[in-house]
Design a protein around this ligand. Sequence first.
Ligand SMILES: [Mg+2]
Length: 373
Amino acid sequence: MMNSMRPSSIRLHWVRVPFWEPFRISNGEVSVKDAILVQIEAGGTIGWGEASPLAGSAYSGETPQSTWDFLRDRLVPAFLERPELDPFLCFDRISKLPGEPFAKAGLEGAVWDLRAQQAGVPLWSLLGGLHRPIESGATVGLMPELSDLLKRVQRFLSQGYRRIKIKIAPGRDLELVRAVRHRFGNISLMVDANASYELDDAGVFEELDRFDLMMIEQPLAREALTEHAELQRRLRTPICLDESADDLESVQSIIRQGSGRILNIKVQRMGGLWPARQAHDLARAAGISCWLGTMPELGIASVQGLHLATLPNFTLPSDVVASERWFVDDILGPPISITENGFICLPAGAGMGYQVAADKVAQYCTRFEELRA
Ligand SMILES: [Mg+2]
């Protein structure tokens, strides 16, 4: 028994899988998805996790290189010295080292998968979720032409996605929403402003308020919690916080200040499944609805997020989509797919319910490191 309580090794695989088309971020484009897969072995069982920072520091200061360095040089050595394989306690242990939520999410995810497999139960059950399908929603970025936007929306609707999110930016907002509403009528529609407006732009949101949107995601800056609260008071449409919700403390501040009515929970940014579940629980107690966001991640982190998204207060469609939406390939078998009416159904089985494909890991691996206890 003692044997199964200590990891014998942790392997890090830095994989790079190409995007179908360049992924646009505020400061440029990314053509390859980097992820550091964390493979932990204990008592003959293997658990997988994924640390998934995007190249180009899209959402934060972390990069694939900085996450790799932190995992290899600090987090994994410290963990092997003093392991904690109880996933309910693991986050507390690894939080002794500050910062680096992506790296922590990768290691913590591996510990959850390991424990679920050792217990012979699906991850959702260990997390306290329910066995239910997850609604999936698609996102269309800012497109050069309005006609491109409409074509994308059409394609995603025909694939079954249950809500459409369109990105907006100052000067490219009302026109887009008006065109989509005009063409597609009463579909489930939301906008994401990625923190690109100021409170002085409230007039734009008061106009958008007439379009019966599901929500307006992150209109103002990350730190602008008071301003979000003021804007929310002026709108009927719920405001959803995304960039602002970057750890448990900020989730508490959002709730306290009434900055919005919806929360986009991203497991990578929160530092793991346990803090993400705590964010869900805080929101639930405060009457704030949640949904699961993405960075986007490859299959392992996406699937682990979906297990979390079976918790009862994840009431809105997730950003997790079919594997083929973003990436030319994935390291899971089978890949994530959606039903024709836009749901993702988690396969039965212990742990994630999906297999990590060793040949794919090897094919896309660019760096490898094994650390032993
Ligand atoms: Mg967002």
